[in-house]
Design a protein around this ligand. Structure first.
Ligand SMILES: [Zn+2]
Length: 200
């Protein structure tokens, strides 16, 4: 079998590094691109670059946004007494899709995992403490996954954030065990939010 030209091999290898793209898909996309209209490929490359250059993290909540504070942080109609703590910026999208939540968010940026070298100071916990001091927050709703790190991080947060007058709750189980929010459908997520339980 004749080897593919080096530029195609390089493209396949770059595409294969994307999440969810296996070797076969990478090859299919690469072969599609090199046979596509050059203007269409340029448009795709431009869209990727533009998105990358415009998107940043919200200084307040850590969401992906084009301007900081993001539209959720800046929205005065949202309930500022509620803050939902999620692992990653994309988890905000899952919760927003459920339509069951009208408060604000805080992205931790990961879960505590000593084996992977992730300690509490690597997460945006100090930023959350600053928000607790500055914003009229009455309840922190912890919405981390139900795996071991999610459990450990939730309990750590409940202890560290505990202060008079602040309720700390965790969304109810019923989420797929050992998984993240992205695997929960909208109904499950909205029930999990409504059924959240106070931690102590
Ligand atoms: Zn924000």
């Amino acid at each position: 079998m004749a080897a593919l030209p080096a530029s195609i091999t390089a493209l396949i290898s770059a595409l294969g590094k994307l999440p969810g793209v296996g070797p076969r898909s990478a090859e299919r996309i690469a072969l599609h691109l090199v046979q596509s209209d050059s203007a269409a490929v340029r448009q795709l490359a431009d869209a990727m670059l533009q998105a990358r250059e415009k998107i940043r993290f919200c200084d307040v909540c850590g969401a992906l946004t084009e301007q900081s504070p993001c539209s959720i942080c800046a929205d005065a109609r949202r309930d500022a007494s509620l803050v939902c703590v999620v692992e990653r910026a994309v988890d905000i999208l899952s919760i927003e899709k459920s339509g069951a939540y009208r408060g604000k968010f805080h992205v931790l940026g990961g879960k505590i995992s000593p084996l992977d070298g992730v300690e509490p100071e690597d997460l945006r916990i100090a930023e959350l403490e600053k928000r607790l001091a500055r914003e009229p927050i009455k309840e922190v709703v912890i919405a981390l996954g139900t795996d071991v790190e999610g459990d450990a991080t939730s309990h750590y947060l409940a202890r560290r954030l505990a202060r008079p007058g602040l309720k700390i709750s965790r969304i109810a189980y019923g989420l797929p065990a050992g998984s993240g929010l992205e695997f929960a459908d909208e109904l499950t997520l909205s029930r999990a939010l409504e059924g959240r339980r106070e931690m102590n």
